[in-house]
Design a protein around this ligand. Structure first.
Ligand code: ASP
Length: 584
């Protein structure tokens, strides 16, 4: 079949029994070849839609990953040779003629999803890796998510605006990537940690509703859910309440979820930051499973046991955990200590509710019975208890809970959660300055504003902010807040953070200036698209949903970035390198 216009009539993976008898032309890569008699061979041809079996006469020079165009006739596979595991398994293409469009060296690894290939090898040859079903699927899910987010934001009246990549710094709590300026030697642009300040300036500019699928760059240590550069759905709106922002974002996220899974997302539950800490020991609780933190402080109000004479005692119940070996319990104790606890108390629940524990002898019969009653632990369970100051207890038990109970990424469905009423500051730094829990542009809760000026740093930690996070299966998907839109409050906030008048002017003068020219009240949000796509695709690591990611150490095995630049380029930029420190 020759068509002067298109090279192919069909895609490999889409042919079905209903196509039997049709003459077709398909193009793709030779995935597999099996000899069939002296001259004939079965070729599995692969394109982005899947595989189709072609029966080829004289296929001797066809090798793996050769690029070919095959024409032939679709026919039923002979009895007993159909393959129910393959969407095209009922048919094959016969009477084939093959045109080799390009040859290929033997591929660096087998392109078979069942074979585990070292990630460095995959990334070094990403162009080959992208041909696998897994990567094809993941990148197409990603494209669907982007398209549905755009549609949802457009439908809600948001305007897509591109903000610059070469900017002055926008603090989001990470290190900046910087770019030296050739025309202003000695000066540097920062790459945006987020479009935060530009989107706020758009609000001052009367845009009313802004969004962008924005690339953000943060120089921080990489993890499974973190890359130097990542994509956010970034949004901001004027004259809106927190409620309205949560609604806009819910519409966008649920459009993406529905597009990919075909299922409605349903209402997203809400929890205050305080409740999340108390019940789950985390500001991003994974609510796919229980094992909640149990309040035990009142049980030990009059205890004789010194270790429990603490500000807070809490515990978790590990279902069936009484079976844990001593070495497993020692390992958990070590972990708890590494996470900041003084120790970890374990208790095995025996028949009749008796508690087997090295500390049982220090507790009264009443305390032991109370413990079983309050915790609801049953025979065969394990109780793990931590006593310390409240934030530490919650933190350590929250991590133990994840360690012992967290389901794999593909189990437990998609459990979204809004966490609201974050504190404005998360802690005080060594200089006694408060550290913002979000970024410094977040509006404090109206009721708590007075606490900003009592002069007691501890009061600052009690101030709630109008900030909110969206959490999915224990991953922080995104955050947002009602913003400060008044220059005087913004200046006061900078002052509290230890940023003096001069520094305010040099770093954020443009924002403070803009606030002098009629800034409307505004609020917004941003969430990580890589993380959403990874969880929708059932992947543990966001690298699996990024076409060209960096490794954990921030390098790209494909292009070898980052690479040195030559002296001429350095001269042009007015830069001199210091000797590098060798790690030996
Ligand atoms: N700019 C914030 C971030 O990137 C999100 C927001 O507050 O809108 O996390």
């Amino acid at each position: 079949m020759t068509d002067p216009v298109s090279m192919r009539s069909d895609h490999c993976g889409t042919l079905r029994a209903s196509d039997i008898g049709r003459e077709v032309a398909v193009c793709g890569w030779v995935a597999r070849r099996r000899e069939h008699g002296e001259h004939l061979a079965f070729i599995d041809l692969r394109d982005h839609t899947g595989l189709v079996q072609c029966v080829v006469d004289g296929a001797a020079d066809l090798r793996s990953e050769y690029v070919v165009r095959i024409t032939g006739t679709v026919r039923q596979r002979p009895d007993g040779t159909t393959n129910a595991n393959m969407p095209t398994g009922e048919i094959e293409i016969g009477d084939c003629s093959v045109e080799i469009l390009n040859v290929s060296e033997p591929p660096p690894f087998q392109l078979n999803d069942r074979v585990e290939v070292d990630e460095m090898v995959r990334l070094a040859h990403r162009y080959v890796d992208l041909r696998t079903e897994r990567m094809q699927r993941n990148l197409r899910i990603r494209a669907k998510v982007n398209a549905s987010l755009r549609r949802a934001m457009d439908n809600q009246g948001f305007v897509e605006i591109e903000t610059p990549m070469l900017i002055a710094s926008t603090p989001e709590g990470a290190r900046d990537f910087v770019v030296p300026s050739r025309l202003s030697p000695g000066s540097f642009y920062a790459l945006p940690q987020s479009p935060q300040l530009f989107k706020q300036l758009c609000m001052v500019g009367g845009i009313d509703r802004y969004y962008q699928i924005a690339r953000c760059l943060r120089d921080e240590d990489l993890r499974a859910d973190r890359q130097f550069e990542f994509m956010q759905l970034d949004a901001e709106a004027s004259f809106v309440s927190q409620e309205e922002v949560l609604a806009f974002i819910s519409v966008a996220v649920s459009a993406a979820v529905e597009e990919v899974t075909g299922q409605k997302m349903g209402d997203v539950p809400r929890m205050t930051w305080h409740e999340a800490q108390e019940r789950f020991g985390s500001d991003k609780p994974d609510i796919r499973f229980g094992m909640e933190l149990i309040e035990l402080t009142p049980n030990f109000a009059a205890t004789e046991f010194n270790a429990f004479k603490a500000d807070c005692v809490k515990g978790i119940v590990v279902d069936g955990g009484a079976e844990f070996t001593r070495s497993k319990l020692d390992e958990l104790t070590e972990k708890a200590k590494r996470w900041g606890a003084k120790g970890l108390v374990w208790m095995r629940v025996k028949d009749g509710g008796e508690l087997d524990s090295p500390v049982a002898k220090f507790l009264s019969a009443e305390e032991l019975a109370g413990l079983v009653a309050t915790s609801g632990a049953k025979t065969g369970d394990l109780l793990l208890l931590v006593a310390d100051d409240r934030p530490k207890v919650c933190h350590v038990l929250g991590l133990l809970r994840l360690e012992l109970g967290r389901p794999p990424v593909t189990e437990g469905g998609l459990q979204f959660l809004w966490v609201v009423d974050f504190p404005l500051f998360e802690s005080l730094d060594d200089a006694g300055n408060p550290v913002p829990a979000h970024h410094p542009f977040t509006m404090p809760h109206a009721e708590d504003v007075a606490l900003l000026d009592t002069g007691d740093p501890q009061d600052l930690l009690k101030v709630r902010s109008q900030a909110y996070d969206l959490v999915l299966n224990g991953w922080e998907l995104g955050s947002g807040s009602v913003r400060i839109h008044r220059g005087d409050i913004q200046s006061r906030m900078f002052e509290l953070l230890g940023i003096g008048a001069e520094e305010q002017q040099s770093k954020f003068g443009f924002l403070l200036d803009a606030f002098r020219f009629g800034a409307p009240p505004h609020a917004g949000f941003a969430f990580g698209i890589d993380r959403l796509v990874a969880l929708l695709a059932g992947e543990e690591n966001i690298r699996e949903v990024i076409a060209f990611p960096k490794t954990q150490s921030g390098t790209d095995p494909l292009t070898h970035a980052p690479t040195p630049i030559d002296t001429a380029q350095l001269d042009e930029l007015g830069l001199r390198l210091l000797p590098t420190k060798k790690n030996d």
